[in-house]
Design a protein around this ligand. Structure first.
Ligand SMILES: NC(=O)c1ccc[n+]([C@@H]2O[C@H](COP(=O)([O-])OP(=O)(O)OC[C@H]3O[C@@H](n4cnc5c(N)ncnc54)[C@H](OP(=O)(O)O)[C@@H]3O)[C@@H](O)[C@H]2O)c1
Length: 303
């Protein structure tokens, strides 16, 4: 019996052996649980975080719990396009393969803030950052094909809208209150953009062997919103805690999309609870997807 159990354990451990996976925002919440699960499966996990202390703490825990020493820590502030470019350069110096990129990091802010590079912060972290990071790593993802890109969006995307004339919410900034009925809070807008980016990218990556899918993790007990700068949001998050699922449960769809053979050829789809789901009608507007893409490239100087 013991021998069988050990054998089963080692099979499980080798499921992702040889695969190199980047997970942004992996020092906490859904990202940390995703990193833990993929490390358990034997993957080389590159935890991309912005804070050394929080990152080291999470990395140590993951190594201890999984026995997998191939858990690397690298630094990147996704609100800074300079930081993203430097990270991508560093990563490519260190690794010559990338099998899975999980754009997981996300944040929301009560008040409008502008980064030193001139971008509204929610827009920068949730949408612009993942767009640029993906762009910077795309050559490596293509040369490592079959490879996978996984974008973490939110069910709240359905409350979002994309105003191409006000992508940075200069005219209208609806801050946190992520679970309120506010029409088009900035967080929801950015998560809708993530869906549209996924669908457009999937079309552009046809026949490359690189798949890209998006997911909605559900209502998950994490640190999201805790540092949004709003007391009412903080209290609201405390109140809704009993309705939330654990971060481990919230990570299941990310892990599934990163590792399951069932989805190895699936691209341009959205998943929730490990099942393909439809998203809001606005997300499928191909004309808007293209125009958003073009505008984003101009903003990032990629055009
Ligand atoms: N929790 C939910 O109910 C829920 C629902 C739908 C979607 N989501 C999405 O799930 C993803 C993971 O969030 P979570 O719920 O696990 O929340 P979380 O515990 O707050 O984790 C968010 C992660 O993103 C990182 N991050 C934030 N700003 C960053 C920046 N500028 N640069 C680099 N990393 C940054 C955080 O790092 P620090 O620790 O340094 O801040 C943290 O590691 C997010 O995209 C979120 O929008 C969550």
């Amino acid at each position: 019996m013991i021998v069988l159990a050990c054998f089963a354990g080692s099979v499980l451990m080798s499921e992702m052996k040889g695969k190199i996976c980047i997970i942004t925002g992996s020092n906490s919440g859904i990202g940390k649980e995703t990193a833990l699960s993929l490390a358990k499966m034997g993957a080389t996990v590159v935890m991309v975080v912005r804070d050394q202390e929080r990152g080291e703490k999470a990395r140590t825990e993951i190594v201890r719990q999984t026995g997998n020493n191939s858990v690397d820590l690298m630094f990147c502030d996704l609100s800074s396009m300079d930081s993203i470019r430097s990270f991508a350069k560093e990563f490519k110096k260190k690794y010559d393969q990338l099998d899975v990129l999980i754009n997981n990091a996300g944040a929301l802010f009560n008040k409008r803030e502008v980064t030193s590079e001139g971008f509204e912060r929610t827009f920068a972290v949730n949408y612009l950052g993942p767009f640029l990071l993906t762009h910077e790593l795309l050559d490596l993802l293509k040369s490592s094909a079959p490879s996978r890109i996984i974008n973490v969006s939110s069910g709240l995307a359905k409350n979002g809208m994309v105003d191409l004339d006000d992508l940075q919410s200069e005219k209208n900034y609806a801050g946190t209150k992520p679970y309120s009925r506010v029409r088009a809070p900035v967080y929801a807008n950015t998560k809708l953009m993530v869906m549209m980016f996924t669908y457009e990218l999937a079309r552009r990556l046809k026949c490359t062997g690189v798949t890209v899918n998006v997911l909605m993790p559900g209502f998950v007990a994490t640190n999201l919103g805790k540092n949004s700068g709003s007391l009412s949001s903080f209290l609201m998050f405390k109140m809704v805690r009993p309705m939330q699922v654990s971060a481990k449960k919230g990570a299941e769809t990310s892990v599934y999309l990163a590792s399951s053979d069932e989805v190895k050829d699936v691209t341009g789809k959205c998943f929730a609870k490990k099942k393909e789901v439809m998203t809001c009608p606005a997300s499928y507007d191909e004309e808007l997807q293209k125009r958003l893409w073009d505008k984003t490239e101009i903003m990032l100087g990629l055009a």
